[in-house]
Design a protein around this ligand. Structure first.
Ligand code: ZN
Length: 172
């Protein structure tokens, strides 16, 4: 079952061997990191877990939709999220070095908070350029595009009127 708002893995209570956990990623997760770019989110994250004595392997499958602002018309734009991620958690006394795919957790710890991990995984897999028709469905807001076009034209006309503008722009 996907439960929203709680991204805790009970590492101590997990059974040895394989198990599963489900998380529902919502807008609140992004808000908790002061990220206002994500207007809405409904992403299911299914986690396959394999626990041995010292290591916990996590295989995460993300499926869902996030809503962001279109980079061109600024209207909301729904983007499909569908990707995999994986990592190891390692019980440690804090002395040994680990590599980047292994997160060390204190062996006295009962829980591990997945918030940061889920947050970053969704953001890293979000397209760099989010524009209607290029990613996601729908079309750009026509009125906005027209307005932006007019503004650009005005800027060009300004440059023609005052050549210092053009010179200034080149410096930037
Ligand atoms: Zn758009």
């Amino acid at each position: 079952m996907f439960v929203k708002g709680r991204y805790i893995l009970e590492v101590r209570a997990l059974p040895t061997g394989t198990s599963e956990a489900d998380y529902l990623i919502t807008k609140e997760l992004f808000e908790s990191f002061d990220n206002e770019d994500i207007k809405a989110a409904n992403v299911e994250c299914k986690v396959q877990i394999d626990k041995s004595e010292q290591l916990i392997y996590l295989s995460l499958l993300f499926e869902g939709v996030i809503t962001v602002e279109c980079d061109r018309c600024l209207d909301n734009l729904d983007i499909k999220i569908s990707h995999n991620d994986s990592l190891y958690l390692k019980f440690s006394n804090g002395e040994e070095q680990t590599d980047e795919n292994v997160i060390a957790i204190n062996e006295k710890e009962n829980v591990f908070d997945l918030s940061q991990l889920l947050y970053e995984s969704v953001l890293v897999n979000k397209p760099l350029r989010c524009v209607h028709g290029e990613v996601g469905e729908g079309e750009c807001n026509k009125a906005m595009i027209e307005m932006l076009g007019r503004q650009e034209q005005m800027n060009e006309e300004m440059e023609e009127i005052d050549p210092r503008w053009a010179a200034l722009k080149k410096i930037k």
